[in-house]
Design a binder for this molecule. Structure first.
Ligand code: SF4
Length: 460
């Protein structure tokens, strides 16, 4: 193994999102811009999975070669690249246009040691092969990771995570991200929009905007004006959303804090430009606990703000996550949280029992809550959340909703409405309906609901 650089590494467009590395992957990308989009998608997914991208053969645990088979010269270039990667590293996964038929046979013949060969756009197979040869070592951590556990295992074709910034200017006491990642650094707005456009061109139907603090986008660069498609665009969430809305796909915002600036986004939602959906990690409702957590916007009157948003956008769906059993949480604090939930009527909630993260300041707080009380509170919280969700979903019966299909199996099709983000929210089941494929948008009449999911039939 040598320090030779990976021959044609493409520029990275997504930042890594995990604290520790699961391993290092090199990428050689050959061929046309379409192939580059595939490579970017694989790189993005690798980074969401906690892998680092290596620019050297010598420190890559495995090398992915994305081949081009358009003309003979391109094929030869691909074969040379595979041979070089085999010589310099030895652990090689081949994907792309040459990964099928006679070309694949030729690759195997010339390089019997390649670990796996897949065809073009085979993101899932590439990720499976990487997982097989460089198994992830870091467990998923809901307090640190931006993408849900299920989301990092799958490589969706029709929806994509789009990271708009790295780092964070806050100092929540249960979190070590600012120590590890540093202060907020917003990606240039033109780069984010370029990536969004490429993802849409590659088949993405839904862009899931993520960062540690989405509403703070651009604060670090004082909302500097950038350029995209020859037009000035501010590095600001509103402007970014407005431009993304022109791409003709669903745009869903995650990790938005309830700052007053979020009010500006409401008209975009009311006009149907972006999905009327907000993922706001409230974490708690007791002012005392929020202060102990040092949460951003802890002093905001969130109930009042939610009420105003709903007046402007009546179909707004709110999802959030909460932590119960935070150090110092009393029964009174917890009851306040339950009462707040009743009033806020959030559509979707997730709840974690507090657990210490190594190096977090909250570890030093007094009055840690015993495990059995944490468990009881978690169960009480989930029972309350379930009641609210059941009630709200029942109101959907009889409505016609647009459903984005996620998968089709022998029992029928499964999809989501605007109200549900992949892997964390609910589903819509279209039993015995097979005449569609992932990524299709269907109009569906909702016929049945339970605590979390809906059932319906497509309009004929
Ligand atoms: S807002 Fe708080 S929880 Fe989120 S990344 Fe920043 S410090 Fe961590």
């Amino acid at each position: 193994m040598t320090d030779k650089p990976v021959s044609e590494g493409i520029s990275l467009t997504a930042e890594d999102t995990q604290i520790s590395s699961n391993g290092r992957v090199g990428m050689v990308s050959l061929g046309c811009p379409k192939n580059s989009v595939d490579s970017e998608k694989i790189l993005t997914q690798l980074q969401l999975n906690g892998y680092e991208i290596s620019n050297n053969y010598s420190d890559a645990d495995v090398v992915v070669v994305n081949t081009c088979g358009f003309i003979d010269a391109a094929k030869q270039e691909s074969l040379d690249a595979i041979r070089e990667a085999m010589t310099e590293n030895g652990k090689v996964i081949v994907t792309g246009c040459m990964g099928k038929g006679a070309d694949a046979e030729l690759i195997k013949e010339e390089n019997p040691g390649v670990l796996a060969i897949t065809g073009a756009h085979a993101y899932e197979e590439v990720m499976d092969a990487v997982h097989e040869w460089v198994p992830p070592t870091q467990a998923h951590n809901p307090f640190i990771d931006l993408v849900p556990e299920e989301g990092v295992k799958l490589t969706p074709r029709h929806y994509s995570y789009l990271k708009i910034s790295e780092g964070c200017n806050h100092s929540c006491t249960f979190c070590i991200i600012p120590d590890m990642r540093g202060k907020l650094v917003s990606r240039p707005v033109g780069d984010v929009l370029d990536e969004a456009k490429r993802l849409v061109a590659a088949g993405t139907k839904e862009l899931l905007v993520i960062s540690q603090d989405t509403s703070a986008y651009g604060v670090d660069v004082k909302y500097r004006t950038g350029f995209w498609d020859g037009m000035p665009v501010k590095t600001k969430l509103y402007d970014l959303c407005e431009q993304m809305s022109k791409l003709g796909v669903w745009v869903r915002l995650h990790y938005v804090y309830p700052y007053p600036s979020v009010d500006d986004i409401m008209p975009l939602m009311a006009a149907g430009k972006i999905l009327p959906y907000l993922d706001i990690p409230f974490q708690h409702a007791s002012p005392r606990i929020l202060k102990l957590m040092k949460r951003p916007a802890h002093a905001e009157n969130t109930l009042e703000r939610i009420k105003k948003w709903r007046q402007q956008v009546p179909n707004l769906v709110l999802r959030s996550t909460f932590v119960v059993g935070f150090p110092g949480e009393t029964e009174e604090d917890f009851q306040l949280l339950l009462d707040w939930l009743d009033e806020a009527e959030l559509d979707r909630v997730g709840c974690f029992k507090y657990s210490p993260v190594e190096g977090a300041k909250a570890n030093e707080l007094p009055d840690h809550v015993p495990e059995e009380i944490q468990q009881q509170r978690w169960e009480r919280f989930m029972a309350k959340a379930q009641q609210i969700s059941t009630r709200k979903l029942a109101q959907r019966i009889g409505q016609t909703m647009t459903v984005l299909i996620d998968e089709v199996d022998e029992d029928g099709a499964i999809g989501r409405t605007y109200a549900d983000a992949p892997n964390i929210d609910g589903m819509v089941y279209l039993n015995d309906f097979h005449d569609c494929q992932p990524g299709d948008l269907l109009e569906v009449v909702i016929e049945h609901s339970d605590e979390y999911d809906l059932w319906g039939s497509p309009l004929s």
